[in-house]
Design a protein around this ligand. Structure first.
Ligand code: HEM
Length: 474
């Protein structure tokens, strides 16, 4: 595909005695030329950074006619995401263009008055106080996956990315659209999103050539069909709820009720569809990739895997892990937190400067692309001890984690409203499945993290499973 014009950097992975450095592309030692940069951005945005970019600080460089500002220090992350959020609230044109066809003016890419009006609505609907309502669905769907795994013939291989995507998509589909959605409709939405995401290109040449809003992206027939499928199903669900035939406990029902109670919101069917589709999209791919990376990390750090088995057995004994156990599953939580540090599902959080500004000694131009990059921030040698090592204990040993150095859910007014939902879901799914199985990635297969919309292992993570016997609590 790159006709020999682009060679990705080698992937580093190191194993040692109770030591695991999971896969990452080796940082570049000298700046790439423009063609290399553009092809590299297409192949994998994680592989184009210089060793120096991992250090704490602010940097500025041009690409074609655009200023790119890399913000990689806690105080400057705070400036962009919190203090001057008024200047930097706008998502990058790349991100807006990539998602607008599917989610319209949905919260993830909206800004200004639309965002300000709808943010409290969405934040309330996915708020942590509602988690106990959604927890039974999480438990039920995960148990069904575990039961299905238990029936697989010994040695069957599957792709962990697909299994985790199905698991979290099923959970979010039922919570957003309700349990009356039905298997066939759920499959249509999930397949539609998958097709859409596979064809999304987040590089927008138009922006670099001067169009502040980037160019609209080409929509091939497959992508158009996928969008039409998703929209048809979601609109159908909304119409059913409006007609009183929906699931009373669903997030769509909550959106409709709040919209009725607060006429200022004025959401029509399209706006309701955009917000429901946004929650669905934002709420499953991220958790699925977190879980996928967690399995990869655990499989390569058997001492951590053994420790979480001991924790789960101690807390749950012979019964299934449940939502109520989460406060006592400290190590499971730390494994997920460390997974989110090493492999943040949203590894770039780019913003477009709405006005000129100054960050440290860098003069930021209006329209510049301001890059907050959790991938770099989470691996900065100035902020983390042994930044590339898998060390979940850094989240349990009392070390203070700077909230502006660790931002897998972003930070500030646009922080992920589903933070508690996603975190609890990931810990619960991990605990319930780890209680019954070990996941064993195909031996000898190289893992390469690549950034598409989210951060995934290139080509998936083929693996087999091995049942494990739970132990009664001592
Ligand atoms: C491990 C799981 C998750 C991670 C790592 C994650 C991460 C993020 C990040 C980084 C953003 C901000 C992106 C940016 O600023 O460019 C975001 C926004 C968002 N997330 Fe999540 N998320 C997760 C789960 C969820 C879940 C479960 C939901 C809903 C149930 C959700 C709903 C949203 C929404 C609606 C936004 C847009 C918020 C706004 O712009 O105001 N997320 N998420």
């Amino acid at each position: 595909m790159y006709f020999g014009l682009y060679e990705p950097p080698p992937v580093v992975e190191e194993h040692g005695d109770e030591l695991f450095v999971p896969a990452y592309p080796r940082p570049l030692t000298k700046p790439a030329g423009l063609l290399q940069l553009m092809l590299g951005a297409r192949y994998n945005l994680l592989g184009s950074w210089l060793e120096d970019h991992y250090r704490s600080g602010v940097d500025s460089f041009p690409i074609l006619g655009r200023q790119i500002v890399l913000v990689n220090a806690p105080e400057h992350v705070k400036h962009v995401m919190v203090t001057r959020n008024d200047i930097y609230e706008r998502k990058s044109p790349q991100m807006r263009r990539a998602l607008e066809v599917l989610i319209g003016d949905g919260l993830f890419i909206s800004d200004g008055a639309t965002w300000a009006k709808r943010r409290p609505l969405v934040a309330d609907i996915v708020h942590k106080k509602r988690l106990p309502e959604f927890a039974p669905t999480m438990e039920e769907v995960t148990r069904a996956v575990a039961d299905r795994w238990a029936e697989l013939p010994a040695g069957s291989e599957f792709d962990v990315t697909v299994e985790m995507a199905q698991l979290t998509a099923e959970i979010i589909a039922r919570t957003v659209f309700g349990s009356r959605l039905g298997q066939a409709a759920a499959r249509r939405v999930i397949d539609g999103f998958t097709t859409y995401q596979a064809s999304v290109d987040s590089f927008n040449l138009g922006y670099f050539l001067g169009a502040d809003d980037g160019w609209p992206l080409f929509q091939g027939p497959r992508k158009r069909r996928a969008v039409a499928e998703v929209h048809a199903v979601v609109e159908g669900v909304i119409e059913a709820h409006l007609a009183g035939a929906g699931d009373a406990g669903s997030m769509v029902q909550l959106l409709i009720e709040r919209n009725r109670r607060n006429p200022d919101l004025g959401l029509d069917v399209t706006a309701l569809r955009n917000e429901a589709a946004t929650i669905f999209m934002a709420g499953h791919e991220t958790t699925a990739t977190t879980l996928t990376w967690a399995w990869y990390l655990l499989a390569n750090a058997p001492w951590v895997e053994e420790a979480i088995h001991t924790e789960i057995d101690t807390v749950c004994g012979l019964r299934d892990a449940t939502f109520a156990d989460l406060p006592r599953l400290d190590l499971c939580r730390a494994v997920i937190q460390e997974t989110l540090r090493l492999y943040p599902p949203v590894p770039l959080q780019p913003r477009q400067a709405g006005a000129a500004d100054r960050i440290a000694d860098v003069q930021v131009e209006k329209g510049a692309l301001v890059m907050v990059v959790p991938w770099l921030l989470h691996r900065s040698p100035d902020l983390w001890e042994r930044p590339h090592h898998f060390l979940p204990e850094r989240f349990t040993d009392g070390t203070r984690i700077d909230p502006f150095a660790y931002i897998p859910f972003s930070v500030g007014p646009r922080i992920c409203p589903g933070l508690n939902f996603g975190l609890s879901e990931a810990i619960l799914c991990l605990a319930m499945l780890a209680q019954r199985f070990r996941v064993i990635p195909r031996p000898g297969r190289k893992v390469e993290p690549v950034c598409r919309l989210t951060l995934r292992p290139l080509g998936g993570l083929p693996a087999t499973i091995e049942p494990r016997a739970r132990k009664a609590a001592a």
